[in-house]
Design a protein around this ligand. Structure first.
Ligand SMILES: C[S@@+](CC[C@H](N)C(=O)[O-])C[C@H]1O[C@@H](n2cnc3c(N)ncnc32)[C@H](O)[C@@H]1O
Length: 441
């Protein structure tokens, strides 16, 4: 697969700065996502094949996110504009990538429509398996430009095309949140803010906002340690990032550490810890003896990097939170169980998730998370606290799970926010996370 991709892009003869080249690369990225890869994985595979300039990389990334946020609509348009589903998949996805660039965003088009048509035809011509489809690409895109008013009106009648989610996802949100379903779907389609957590050992929100302003960056406090930048900037342009003054973390994710509220000297477990966002926050709050566990070797490395940047220390271990072979048999005062889940609450950051997930995933993941909770509960001291966190909005992974757990193990529930729905307002801007706090009595 990798060789095929490198060959066709490298031998395409297209100039890397051209839109045709960017369309060809984005088409490859989207094909990989449709075949089951996550968007970050698909992007890194395509980028690993050749040397890309930062602007070409940025454009490919940007168009890929844009396509996945509009996939329901461009699929509908392609269906209406072709007599049968275009073959191969690459052709279908080239049409999706080009169509998305013909849709105005807030009334603005990124490129001249005829440039998009011309460059999409050139992209098709440069890909061996698509060269015969040049005429079709040209005809489909020109027909869209002629008939777009009627086509877009028709799309508004089809939920998948109107909301850009699979039909089952829309139905499930409607059922779980009858009065909020539209705003949840809407927020999931908005680009996320860049929110930072200020390291309280080194700075404060006020001082950090002054620092950001002095670097020409507008920022506002949206939580005790949370600062939202007016416009996202690359990580290397975030003031003080390399010195550990701040970490990138959503405002809702910043609630975990204060909820568990570890105190100096406590023995704490972060059982599903990578990349270490919440571990870092707990270590910023108190001098604790923290064990950061994760079953994924590569993700465990990210904990090291993050804690090193923050100047903080924890013990890290590769281990399975459903097992005990990594445990020294000394019970923990506090445990954070940020369990694996469908991530249905963070889709504005990951627009691929809705297209990759299957309806049965939440049941399977909640069964795994129950095994993790049951195992961790036996490692908690009497009087100790366990925080269940998920980045899901499906009740079977969140509130239902918390209730079942509490009833089955006699776990006392303490005050916690429960289900936070994704929200995108000026000062209340966060992902959809769930928190339930338990005490072992
Ligand atoms: C939601 S992420 C954790 C995010 C992290 N708490 C943070 O704030 O940066 C879930 C993590 O659980 C890990 N994981 C999944 N199954 C696990 C298991 N059985 N045991 C330990 N870790 C697991 C994954 O590798 C993943 O890194």
């Amino acid at each position: 697969m990798i060789n095929r991709k490198i060959n066709f892009l490298a031998q395409s003869g297209l100039v890397p700065e051209s839109l045709a080249f960017r369309l060809a690369c984005t088409t490859e990225v989207i094909c990989r996502v449709i075949n089951g890869r996550s968007l970050p994985h698909a992007l890194s595979t395509v980028f690993s094949g050749m040397a890309f300039s930062p602007s070409t990389r940025g454009a490919i990334q940007d168009i890929s996110y844009h396509v996945l946020r509009n996939l329901g609509l461009v699929r509908f348009l392609t269906e209406k504009l072709t007599r049968k589903p275009p073959e191969p998949l690459l052709l279908q996805n080239l049409l999706h990538c080009a169509l998305v660039l013909l849709l105005p965003e807030n009334g603005i088009l990124r490129y001249e429509p005829y440039t998009v048509v011309d460059q999409a035809v050139q992209a098709a011509a440069s890909i061996r398996t698509l060269s015969k489809a040049k005429g079709l690409v040209n005809a489909v895109l020109r027909r869209f430009l002629r008939e777009q008013t009627d086509l877009l009106e028709a799309a508004r009648q089809r939920p998948e095309a109107c909301w850009n989610y699979p039909a089952w996802w829309i139905d499930r949100i409607r059922e779980a949140y009858p009065s909020d379903w539209e705003s949840i779907l809407e927020v999931g389609n908005t680009p996320p803010p860049l929110t930072l957590r200020v390291n309280r050992r080194k700075s404060s929100t006020d001082a950090y906002i002054r620092l950001a302003n002095s670097a020409g960056i507008d920022a506002v406090a949206i939580g005790p340690c949370a600062v939202k930048l007016a416009h996202p900037v690359p990580v290397d342009k975030i003031p003080g990032f390399n010195d550990g003054l701040v970490s990138v973390q959503d405002a809702a994710a910043q609630l975990a550490a204060p909820l568990l509220n570890p105190e100096n000297g406590m023995k704490v477990l972060d059982a599903c810890a990578a990349p270490g966002g919440k571990s870092g926050h707990m270590l910023e709050m108190a001098n604790i003896d923290l064990l950061a566990l994760d079953c994924d070797h590569w993700r465990l490395q990210m904990i090291h990097e993050n804690l090193e940047r923050l100047g903080l220390k924890a013990r890290t271990k590769k281990g399975d939170a459903t097992k005990q072979d990594w445990w020294d048999k000394k019970p923990f005062d506090c445990i954070l169980a940020d369990v694996p889940c469908t991530a249905s609450g963070i889709i504005r950051r990951h627009p691929d998730i809705r297209w990759l997930r299957r309806p049965a995933d939440s049941q399977e993941l909640s069964a795994l998370s129950m095994r993790i909770l049951e195992n961790l509960w036996s490692m908690l001291k009497p009087g100790g606290k366990l925080l269940l966190a998920t980045c899901s909005i499906w009740p079977e992974e969140s509130e239902q799970q918390a209730r079942t757990f509490s009833a089955r193990f006699g776990a006392q529930r303490l005050e916690a926010p429960g289900q936070l729905l994704p929200t995108a307002k000026d000062l209340i801007d966060h992902d959809g996370l769930f928190y339930a706090l338990f005490k072992k009595t």
